[in-house]
Design a protein around this ligand. Structure first.
Ligand code: URA
Length: 433
């Protein structure tokens, strides 16, 4: 078999066989195929696409390029959740405890963030003492006892994806649905869960800006999951504005705790219940979606979801006094309001720009080695559909510096305010099974 023939085949729009995909991944990983040939194949895939079977095979060999986490010692049906990423996304802190309280084990490996705010692991580190590195044995023990553990990524998961992603990044081939779908699913499948619920974001703050592309990506990932024997469901959710009102690290943890304690922050609660409902049905603890939503609401009302969160933090050495009194979480020196310069209804928000503003404050990393400042961030006061009067605050910036002209400018430009009344945004667009 020769790589040049594989490239030509895909360039001509023909299907690659399983053996050809296996050949290319294995030989690329052992440095027998150079980057320039793989870059050429990525471009051919970008233009010609891949069918379901090819995409599933690509995913399979990316998974096999590294370690697969063995969760066989975790009792019960393991269900994982994955978000394609957005601004203010603190869903793991809401969904994880909810599902754990319902009895589903969640053994989650999460990443650090590059971009707007920290990733799940960075956000958890806002809690003093919280340990993101557990031994394998302790990780399994915690999941069995408390049904929830979240650790930083360990092991060598899907190294072929890492190598391919770096190459795609510099060859303008990231934006291909089969390549994105196989990249995300290879990491999820290697993480060891039995079933997967995907939260595919759509809108101004999402990787996929249009609903049509988000649906295509979701369908592709669901098919890969099924093809590789994982029950997979994708929820397509709104990312035309940040999730909830808090964007940052410690303030996002605080907001998630408030939801777990019963505060009705509508979008967070709706999406949290939706994702948790699919997870608990897939995991077999509830038999219907309707039953699941009702029971999950009860787990918030009766304090069990919050208790599951508290137990999980305590089991990973986090200081629970900050969970019981969130005013003890890290905060910033200054709290500066950005006022509206006109009155009207908020029609649109550039969620990505608001995320970038949070990064400029220090809530996220511009480069891999940047340090996260857990106390800084943004509190939104208005969301799409809300009325704002001139000189009313749009947001509060939590900052450690007072020179914020650039950030204030980004925020003002990120809001589109118009006299005409407008509806609130829809949260869930579709569910792909
Ligand atoms: N996120 C991933 O993990 N992979 C992609 O290809 C794109 C986004």
């Amino acid at each position: 078999m020769r790589m040049v023939d594989i490239i030509a085949q895909k360039r001509n729009g023909d299907k690659l066989t399983e053996e050809e995909i296996q050949f290319f991944i294995e030989n690329y990983m052992s440095d027998k195929i150079p980057d320039y040939q793989v870059a050429s194949l990525m471009m051919a895939i970008y233009f010609q696409g891949m069918d379901e079977e090819e995409t599933a095979n690509l995913t399979k060999y990316m998974v096999q390029s590294g370690d697969e986490i063995d969760l066989s010692k975790v009792q019960g049906h393991k269900v994982d959740k994955h978000s394609t990423g957005g601004v203010g996304d603190k869903m793991t802190f809401i969904v994880g405890p909810l599902v754990a309280a319902a009895g589903i084990p969640v053994a989650k490996m999460s990443g650090r963030g590059l971009g707007h705010t920290g990733g799940t692991i960075d956000k958890l580190e806002s809690i003093p003492g919280f340990d993101v590195e557990l031994s394998n044995e302790q990780f399994i023990k915690n999941v069995n006892k408390y049904k929830l553990a979240v650790v930083g990524q360990t092991g060598n998961l899907a190294p072929a994806d890492k190598k391919l992603y770096a190459l795609r990044d510099v060859t303008a081939t990231v934006n291909s649905i089969p390549l994105i779908a196989s990249s995300i699913m290879s990491k999820k499948i290697a993480s060891g869960a039995d079933s997967i619920v995907l939260d595919v974001k759509t809108g101004s703050g999402a990787f996929m800006k249009s609903l049509e592309d988000s649906k295509k990506l979701a369908k592709e990932m669901v098919k890969i999951g099924k093809e590789l024997n994982r029950n997979t469901i994708a929820v397509i959710s709104d990312m035309n504005q940040p999730l909830g009102y808090e964007i940052g690290n410690a303030n996002e943890v605080k907001e998630a705790i408030e939801v777990l304690q019963g505060k009705n922050i509508e979008d967070l609660r709706e999406l949290g219940i939706e994702l948790a409902a699919h997870m608990t049905v897939l995991g077999g603890v509830y038999s219907t979606y309707a039953e699941a939503t009702e029971r999950l609401e009860q787990l918030i009302q009766n304090g069990k979801a919050f208790e599951a969160f508290r137990n999980f933090i305590k089991a990973q050495n986090g200081d629970v006094s900050v969970i019981d009194d969130v005013s003890k979480l890290p905060t910033s020196k200054f709290h500066i309001e950005v006022l509206a310069t006109t009155s009207g209804y908020v029609h649109a928000m550039d969620a990505e720009a608001i995320g970038t503003a949070a990064m400029h404050l220090g809530a996220g990393r511009a480069t891999k080695d940047d340090k996260i400042n857990h106390g800084v961030g943004i509190t939104l006061h208005k969301k799409i559909g809300d009325y704002v009067a001139m000189d009313e605050p749009l947001v509060t910036l939590h900052a450690d510096t007072e020179s914020l002209n650039q950030v204030i400018d980004i925020i003002r430009k990120a809001f589109t305010i118009n006299e005409k009344k407008v509806d609130k945004n829809k949260m869930i667009y579709d569910v792909i099974k």
